[in-house]
Design a protein around this ligand. Structure first.
Ligand code: ADE
Length: 257
């Protein structure tokens, strides 16, 4: 089955027929429900089916899941094709369960990919290429006034040798002051100025902070950033000048400023 890896003649994201979608396997649990691998027929008049990833909205009265679903639908609909952003293919919103349909990334989540590569080995060039892919994708998002707010290796997908940004459930279009419910904040990836009790000010630059942590995840092959003991005091730690330590195995010596 062909995988979508470059732009071809498919129409902009649009309402799809559920009967054109056939589940192949369950991939995992997303922010608002199940994610499945599926086959999609009749895309842009193409013969045969293409592999896609389908996100299901939880049906059991989860109001928050619906809000996240709607935000992701809105943000994803505002995107055109970019090689470093997962392509949004379409949605099912006229019947339950509601679905969002994305390009399928064959190699799956970057975080898992990095952890596996500890066994199989991976070249430093490839790791650097991954950081560049994410930078290109984020540059595109910021050109569209999109703030991701949950940039982390768990939300990046790998397709072939290319990283693609995914999971726009917490993203915002041009909104700068936003309140995240406290248990939702990915504290170790969040810029310290956003670790405040009231309204936090997110912008492209706070995504750049998360990008730095993501680069660290890439170079450390999927380790968890910071020691878990810092959980309740990461803001104080950072404001006191504390930073991520050099990834294990890294040969580069940091320059002192
Ligand atoms: N897991 C979540 N979304 C995915 C996608 N689009 N492709 C592959 N695995 C995924």
């Amino acid at each position: 089955m062909p995988v979508i890896s470059k732009p071809f003649n498919f129409p902009p994201a649009h309402e799809l027929k559920r009967s054109d979608i056939t589940t192949i396997a369950i991939l995992g649990e997303g922010n608002f429900g199940l994610v499945e691998k599926a086959a999609l027929k009749n895309l842009g008049g193409q013969a045969g089916a293409v592999e896609v990833a389908v996100k299901h909205l939880k049906l059991e009265g989860e109001a928050e899941a619906k809000v996240i679903f709607d935000k992701e639908l809105k943000v994803a609909s505002s995107l055109e094709y970019h090689p470093n952003v997962i392509t949004f293919i379409g949605f099912v919103t006229l019947e339950d369960p509601r679905l969002l349909v994305f390009e399928f990334a064959q190699q799956g989540e970057l975080l898992k990919y990095l952890k596996q590569s500890k066994m199989t080995g991976i070249s430093p060039d490839k790791l650097v290429k991954f950081t560049l892919d994410v930078a290109n994708g984020m540059s595109y998002l910021s050109s569209k006034a999109i703030i991701h707010r949950d940039l982390a290796a768990r939300n990046i997908l790998v397709s072939g040798d290319t990283c693609k940004i995914s999971d726009f459930g917490f993203s915002r279009l041009g909104e700068i002051y936003v309140k995240m419910s406290k248990d939702r904040i990915p504290i170790f990836w969040t810029a310290p100025e956003c670790l405040v009790a009231s309204k936090a000010k997110y912008n492209t630059k706070t995504d750049v902070w998360s990008y730095g942590v993501l680069m660290w995840e890439i170079m450390s092959l999927g380790e968890r950033p910071y020691s878990s003991g810092l959980k309740g005091r990461i803001k104080q730690y950072l404001e006191g000048g504390g930073r991520l330590t050099k990834p294990r195995g890294a040969k580069i010596t940091y320059m002192q400023s």
